[in-house]
Design a protein around this ligand. Sequence first.
Ligand SMILES: C[S@@+](CC[C@H](N)C(=O)[O-])C[C@H]1O[C@@H](n2cnc3c(N)ncnc32)[C@H](O)[C@@H]1O
Length: 275
Amino acid sequence: MRDSVLEEVRAADAAAPATGAVYDRIGVGYSAVRRPDPEWAAIVRDALGDARSVINVGAGSGAYEPADLRVVAVEPSAEMRAQRPAGAAPCLAGRAESLPFDDGAFDAALAVLTVHHWTDLEAGIAELRRVAPRFAVLTYDMDVQGEYWFTRDYVPEIARAERSRVPSVQRLTELLGPCEVRELPLRHDFTDGFMTAFWRRPEAYLDPDVRRACSAFALTDAEAVSRGVERLRADLDSGLWHRRYADLMERDTLDAGFRLITGGSPRTVGGEGKP
Ligand SMILES: C[S@@+](CC[C@H](N)C(=O)[O-])C[C@H]1O[C@@H](n2cnc3c(N)ncnc32)[C@H](O)[C@@H]1O
């Protein structure tokens, strides 16, 4: 990655118009609840191997960006870009579907929990593959997550809405090409507060700030969510929840469907990161 690329990023960012991105509305308060989990951060860093330069697409507030690599972030939402901490990697206002970089400009491309928001998945994946020879894509499998207790038993509308949005792992692997798929289970004290992070902490769903930080809630009919939350509140108060889900409290980890898809060919790095 050349220094001039960073200059272009900064200039383009300064000149970026308001995007009207969905996360300008639903991303308020994101980084307070969505604290990157250290174990996942180590796994993502490991997946990037000896890459020196990384493009992080759908970067949000900068979660999982390795501090020891030269990262350029791309993020459409001004609200999300504003939540990037001081000293975070430079971030361009842009979209996966059209990345303003040369072919092979980076050693690796990273996309964490974002592909289900892209308006044109095929174009976004083609761009990811064009700008870097290898990739790490973190996503979730709705065949697994659709059975999660909260959505199955309290707000099935969430799973229905998510199924229409989240691409299958099979579809992603077809588009990405040869790759490996790794299961990423969630510890009971997982720190990144997306919906299933609270699988053993059901009281968290009663907190509107927690719900606001997760697109699965924000993009589902508000009345359906509040009906489900009120039923959960009643089941927690009566003790029914703890009787019904007693087996969960015995577990330390849960497979909620998260999958890390890695592949492509590492290249000899050095200088500009070109072969
Ligand atoms: C759940 S957040 C994930 C953010 C970050 N990667 C993380 O792990 O915290 C999804 C992000 O994808 C971004 N996004 C939505 N549409 C996009 C697109 N077409 N191209 C790139 N990013 C997009 C959103 O603005 C949002 O910041």
